[in-house]
Ligand binder design. Structure first.
Ligand code: NIG
Ligand code: FE
Length: 424
């Protein structure tokens, strides 16, 4: 088999967290910065990282000559971003709901009146595999162009067996055919469908009928639940997630988004991989996450879009938790997939440093998906997932506020996106 190799050299600044697992509390600030750096990639794997002189020396010693060479002077290189919380497979849009919210309607009240998630369930149930595939593929291109190289994707807009399986199968095919790595999550517990007799009967249906089918077809790594007042209580969430865990799923929760009803505590008790949202997390919730190594995944786009208070990122990090940042891209509460906006919000409004933000969007995002040994940092042995910025310094990520400054994206060692627009 012929080896493909790529040497990226004279990188003005290479910025990366390091390690194979989540970075907690003060460790989130420890980001490595190398000037005049180089990365040597063989096939889909990073082999050498260091200054250009060091990497050239290592190559000479090993008698290796790079097949392709890329000069990255004037550019900054980061690990590919990891968006560890999205709902990107859906049909139909809800702009009217956004306008209602601007006029003062509350998200949960719209949901209670039959809108919200239920309004996306109708067109998603009607959409074919091909339609959902095409929509998903277009959304992946939009994400890739922002330097995102891995995403998580949730089901949850079918609620019945067939549509949930279809959403998950679409993600499996997209993962196979497209450049993006996609980690799938079963989120049948997103809302109680209209046809269900009771919340408990729907929980039983998921446990008895859907989860075994999802497992048997290997369609999801995680099981998630929207633990919220009027949706799934802490007890119902725990009942579903306990069964899912026994079947071998890893766990996630939408917790403390609008009301603190014990979601973070359930996440701690069941050792979930992450608890997400956390706008209203309590001190006991923070302690439950920290004591049980549950990643706190913050979704600033949702708080911004709902005009809600941001999650207390500073308090959560200072308590020693690992924080990941993600988009929550979905057709209702947050029709935003923007990494640049996420960075602007975390740094300007959530008192996170740029270094903490980078760790949260790379290594900790990977850890929230259980793949930190494979991706999330630029280190020998890791998958070659890199994002090249068109400026020479990482500070432009926030200084050039909310702008997409991605120049080139490398996924598994291959260039998958190039932007030739000149800098502002
Ligand atoms: O993470 N909060 C629950 N689920 C999504 C919103 C889904 C929707 O509004 O369609 C979220 O915010
Ligand atoms: Fe969500």
């Amino acid at each position: 088999m012929s080896e493909k190799s790529l040497l990226i050299k004279h990188i003005s600044q290479l910025v990366t967290p390091t390690g194979n697992s989540m970075r907690c509390g003060a460790q989130m600030q420890e980001v490595k910065k190398i000037h005049d750096a180089a990365v040597f990639i063989e096939n889909d794997t990073i082999r050498f990282v260091g200054t250009t002189a060091e990497v050239e020396h290592s190559l000479a010693q090993a008698g290796i000559k790079a097949e392709t060479c890329m000069d990255a002077s004037g550019k900054c290189v980061l690990p590919g971003f990891i968006d560890s919380h999205t709902h990107f497979i859906f049909a139909g849009y809800r702009p009217d709901e956004f306008m209602m919210r601007l006029s003062g309607a509350a998200y949960l009240d719209i949901m209670k009146a039959g809108g919200g998630i239920a309004a996306t369930v109708i067109p998603t149930r009607e959409a074919s595999f091909e339609t959902l595939y095409e929509l998903g593929k277009n959304r992946l291109s939009m994400m890739l162009a922002q330097g995102i190289t891995t995403i998580e994707g949730k089901s949850g807009y079918g609620l019945d067996l067939d549509t949930e399986l279809r959403q998950l199968s679409v993600m499996k095919s997209l993962d196979k055919n497209e450049a993006m790595d996609i980690v799938p999550t079963y989120l049948g517990a997103h809302a109680v469908p209209q046809e269900a007799e009771s919340t408990q009967s729907y929980v039983d249906f998921m446990i008895e009928k859907v989860l075994p089918e999802v497992k048997c077809k290997d369609l999801a790594k995680f099981c998630d639940v929207f633990c919220e007042e009027g949706v799934f209580s802490a007890e119902e969430s725990e009942c579903l997630l306990t069964a899912a865990k026994e079947m071998g799923f890893d766990l996630k929760l939408h917790a403390d988004e609008i009301h603190a009803i014990g979601g973070s505590e359930v996440a701690g008790k069941l050792h979930a991989a992450s608890a997400d949202h956390l706008l209203h997390i309590t001190d006991s919730g923070i302690q439950a996450l920290r004591d049980n190594n549950v990643i706190a995944t913050l979704l600033p786009g949702t708080a911004f879009s709902l005009h809600a208070p941001f999650a207390p990122a500073r308090k959560i990090i200072d308590a020693g938790c690992a924080v990941a940042l993600a988009s929550d891209f979905n057709p209702g509460s947050c029709f935003i997939s923007s990494i640049p906006l996420t960075i602007a919000l975390s740094t300007i409004y959530m008192q996170m440093s740029l270094e903490e933000t980078i760790t949260a969007l790379t290594l900790n995002g990977a850890a929230a998906l259980g793949i930190a040994e494979k991706t999330g940092s630029i280190e020998p042995g890791k998958q070659a997932d890199l994002t090249v910025l068109s400026y020479d310094n990482v500070n432009f990520l926030v200084y050039h506020t909310a702008a997409n400054i991605v120049d080139t994206v490398i996924k598994k060692g291959k260039i998958v996106y190039e932007n030739n627009a000149p800098n502002a």
